[in-house]
Each structure stands twice: as C-alpha cells, then as structure tokens.
Design a binder for this molecule. Structure first.
Ligand code: AHM
Ligand code: MG
Length: 334
C-alpha cells in the first residue's frame, strides 16, 4: 500500500465530502496533530525525566510540578487557542470552558478534549491517550460566543478521535465518513494510514469492565457481566481491563467485544464524561458499525446540561451492546 499521511488523507476526504471547505478544519486538525506529537514525545520520555534532569517546573519544595497531564493540557490549550479555527474549548482539566475572544480568533469550531486520559497509568508505563471531539459553531462567527452554546447535542459532532500513546503512537478519527487509523512513523514524524476503514465485528469474545466494583452494581449490571463470564451454552468471554479508556476502546474497535463503565451506588452517573470521553468514542463506534448506550439511551442522542456531565457507558460490538440493553430492559430500565 502506498504511504498516505493523515494530512493527505484528510485533504482527499475533504475534496470528496466538503469541496467548499475553507481550510479552517484542516488547520485545526494540523495543530491537534502537532500537539499530539509533542505530547507523545514527552510521554515516551516519562520514566527518564529524573535521569535527564527533569523538564518540568520545580516548586518551593523542590517537587516537579508540571506533571504530564498538566503538560498535555497546556500544550493543547495553547495550540487550539492559537490555531485560528477554534472559538471555544472545553478541557477535562479545566473547570470552566475557555471562550476565545473574537479579536483573537474568528474560528468556527468548538473542541472538547481529555488531554491525557488514563493518567493513573502514566507512572507504570501503560498505554494512555488524548481524546477529542469537535463541533461547528452554529451562529455567526462575529457574534461573541456564549458558554451555554458549548452544550451541543452529541450527534452534532463533526469529528472525533483519539491519539493512543502505546508501543506505537496512533491516531484514530472520524469525520462521519467511516473510521481510519494512522500510526506515527517516528523516523519521518508523520502519521501514516495503517488501519483504513476500521470496522467493529458485530460480536466479540472480550468483555472489559472494572469487575471489582460488582458489589456496587445493581442486579441488571451483575446479570450482564455474569452473562459474559458464564454464558448459557457457550464459551466464556475473556476479561481485559487496562483502565485507560483509549486503550480499552482501541482493543474493542480492533477485536470486537464490549467495554462497560456502568452506574453504581458510589457513582450513580458512572465515571466517564459525556463530552470528553463517551460522545467521541460513541461517534467512532457507530461509524465503525458498533453501538454505544448509557444502558437506556443511545449516547449520541444525549445533550449535556453541563460540560463536565458524566454518563454510564456501554460500547462496542452491536450484538453485545444490544444484549446488555435487552437485560437492562428486562429489569425495567428504559
Ligand atoms: P481519568 O480521566 O482521570 O484518567 O479517568 C478516566 C479513566 C478511563 O480512562 C478509564 O476507563 C477509567 O478512568 C478507569 O476507572 P477505574 O479505575 O474506576 O476503573
Ligand atoms: Mg479521562
């Protein structure tokens, strides 16, 4: 297969789907990719920081204060703020949305990101990632942007994806015309198309859930997980749980199966954030032929009431997600 860079792929897709594109979206994606390359470089040196003398700031106690998740957040905020295509951004690391004044940027896009998802895995050298979700602003770009306009229906995303910092660095994204995956070739500094037109198998053989929370689950969730572990008359599904959503979702996309972060008594709305985690992964899952629900509602049918809203997430192969939804329905949910 000839080598195709992510930018070449994006430009070709734009010629096909949006021939009148102004270039703003391409510029946004370009700056997002540069941010991810910078974050990836620092992630790859994570264990070396102390040996190399440390790259972070040092506080009065002599502690390195710029942790990787803060670094990732600063990198993305700076690049998204200055790329000229963004009017507002929401970061999982920022309490409030950042509205970019019109004199600074007349961008037409809103971006949400989780700068470094799975950050509890950084210090143990396990895969982590950056997740992004992009919406187009609806009103005239000369009007000041109001924060409540961040609360967009999840099915109005124009693009979503993630960067996975694993043994190799990957970018997987969709603009609503299928899902494509690219692998960073460090020798040329480019993401090359490695996984064209990704599809989730209709049914998998792996389930992924933090099973030690079973005491906090309700009967319906226990029955769902039990049905994967002890299926009537079939082989048990294997259990895999990295604890980084990007890594767990990436495996589900490639191998099929199901990932669940359900509601429980300690977290009645689940743990994952709708706008930074669930909605972008749901867009990718559906574009790859899979499904995503909160147990009752399709994730993409949801509209947040606040930017940091949480949601239960059940995502993956369509038949496996339907199976869980059936069990929830039988228990009177929905
Ligand atoms: P984070 O945004 O603080 O990194 O938390 C999100 C992560 C997800 O990547 C992962 O799916 C989940 O938290 C794991 O949570 P738990 O340790 O409760 O199983
Ligand atoms: Mg996260």
């Amino acid at each position: 297969m000839p080598e195709i860079t992510v930018t070449e792929h994006l430009l070709a897709a734009q010629m096909e789907w949006s021939p009148k594109a102004t270039g703003q979206f391409t510029s946004l994606l370009h700056d997002l990719i540069v941010s991810a390359k910078i974050i990836s470089r620092n992630v790859k040196q994570a264990g070396l920081v102390d040996i190399l003398g440390g790259t972070g700031e040092v506080n009065v106690q002599g502690e390195r204060v710029q942790k990787l998740d803060e670094f990732a957040n600063k990198t993305l905020v700076y690049r998204m703020r200055t790329c000229g295509a963004v009017c507002a951004l929401g970061s999982e690391e920022l309490e409030e949305p950042l509205i970019i004044p019109p004199e600074e940027s007349s961008g037409s896009y809103i971006i949400y990101f989780d700068p470094l998802d799975g950050s509890s895995n950084i210090d143990v050298n396990v895969s982590i990632g950056t997740i992004f979700s992009i919406y187009r602003r609806r009103e005239d770009a000369t009007e000041p942007f109001r924060a409540e306009r961040m609360l967009r229906p999840c099915d109005t995303q124009v693009a979503a994806g993630y960067f996975l910092y694993g043994p190799s660095t990957m970018m997987v994204y969709t603009t609503g015309h299928g899902v494509n995956g690219f692998t960073l070739d460090p020798s040329i500094g480019e993401f090359l198309l490695s996984h064209p037109n990704m599809q989730i198998a209709p049914r998998g053989a792996i389930y992924s859930v933090n099973a030690s929370y079973d005491r906090f689950w309700d009967e319906a969730t226990r029955e769902c997980v039990d049905s994967f572990c002890h299926p009537a008359g079939g082989q048990p599904y294997s259990l895999r749980y990295v604890g980084s959503l990007v890594a767990d979702f990436h495996r589900t996309l490639l191998y099929g199966g199901i990932f669940m972060y359900p509601a429980d008594t300690r977290k009645p709305d689940g743990k994952l954030r709708l706008m930074y985690e669930a909605a972008p992964m749901a867009f990718l899952a559906e574009q790859a032929g899979g499904k995503a629900t909160d147990g009752v509602h399709r994730i993409l049918d949801k509209t947040p009431l606040s930017i940091h809203e949480r949601t239960p997430l059940i995502i993956g192969s369509s038949e496996d997600v339907d199976h869980v939804a059936d069990i929830y329905r039988r228990h009177g949910r929905g």
